[in-house]
Design a protein around this ligand. Sequence first.
Ligand SMILES: Cc1cc2nc3c(=O)[nH]c(=O)nc-3n(C[C@H](O)[C@H](O)[C@H](O)COP(=O)(O)OP(=O)(O)OC[C@H]3O[C@@H](n4cnc5c(N)ncnc54)[C@H](O)[C@@H]3O)c2cc1C
Length: 401
Amino acid sequence: MDLNFQNTENAFAYKSDKDLKDARFLFSSMSKAWLVRLGVWATPKALKWNLPVKGLIRKTIFKQFVGGETLKQTTSVADHLAKFNVQIILDYGVEGGQGEDKYDHSREEFIRVINFASGQPNIPFMSIKVTGMARFGLLERIHELSNYNDVVKGVLNTDGLTTEEKEEWQRVCDRMLAICKTAVEKKVGVMIDAEDSWIQHPVDALTTQMMMQFNKENPVVYNTAQLYRHDRLQYIKDVNEFAKASGFVCAFKLVRGAYMEKERARAAEKGYPSPINPDKAATDREFNDAVRYCVDPANNMYTLVGSHNEESNRLAAELIDKYGLPHNTDRVYFSQLYGMSDNITFNLAKAGYNSTKYLPFGPINDVIPYLMRRAEENSSLGGQTGRELNLIREEIKRRGI
Ligand SMILES: Cc1cc2nc3c(=O)[nH]c(=O)nc-3n(C[C@H](O)[C@H](O)[C@H](O)COP(=O)(O)OP(=O)(O)OC[C@H]3O[C@@H](n4cnc5c(N)ncnc54)[C@H](O)[C@@H]3O)c2cc1C
């Protein structure tokens, strides 16, 4: 079957006429930069002052991008998408908040998500952020003390830490261990998000340790590589070589990376070379080369292509065919954020590929930072909104509604 990402009938089959018109209203509102700026400024304040805005948020941006306020509410989205052969990656958004109690709470929440996902037929993975379970300053300190070659092997240098800091780090490792143990028992995969480059050493090393322990035959734990970084393709290769030598399977989620401006600004401010590729074309090249490396069966990798880029998704799909793998090979998954790039997700699903949506959930107050990021990302001129809006309009025209 030919992959046609312009097929809007498949892309929006899961949306009723009303949902489609609501989406048109939302995306055309988000195309107005001034409105988004105002919304991003006013919404958190309105919530803080308890103004009655939750109903409006729930019916508009929340409905488009979030699976529900509770875990249980995500079931109806998961069940609905299952009818279209699309699976779910549950994303419990822990953003902000510090302290050991908060980190322990996050661990319990992640475990609760795993237990829930294991009882659902359509939720093969969940995602976690290490910053939800560890103090940022501690991660930063361990990053500074450690070096690339050790990190590839899952080794960190904690010699320079105080006794208290060492104990604090041990608690972070214990939280991660508890989560991954539950994930193995319950047969749910865990995707570890990538965040800022200056805390990535401890995140990477801990993830490699988990892969060593739990990815014996099947991949349970996936690390994330941000290909806007010029060193990440080499990193994937180095970890994979180490995995082959040590007898575990290496699994990576591939993304371009979400924090480019922040990365560049910090590098300029502190006077070190930017870790980010010089331009978009270079990032695209790195990403697509990573796709080529990870899908090639000779490299024995497991991968998830996390992207809204049509070319990169098409490339991965074509490689699956080229290597004669079944479309639903467990070696390659695809994923887009819920509410975005349905033309990619649903057309891949229709063609039988392992197609998934990243589905965040949580109380409105907690997911506001996530929603504000979606609004900002979708308001950039000529960016995602233009594409989304055109596709929605085309489908409305096709349905004659
Ligand atoms: C399922 C899923 C999971 C994700 N998980 C993570 C995660 O764990 N960590 C994370 O950081 N992000 C994550 N993201 C976000 C992701 O990194 C991207 O920000 C987003 O998907 C846009 O990239 P793209 O490939 O979809 O699309 P495109 O529109 O093709 O690419 C946009 C991206 O290209 C890069 N870029 C743009 N301009 C330049 C430039 N001038 N120079 C160099 N590079 C440039 C940036 O990374 C930008 O985000 C995830 C996304 C998805 C869909």
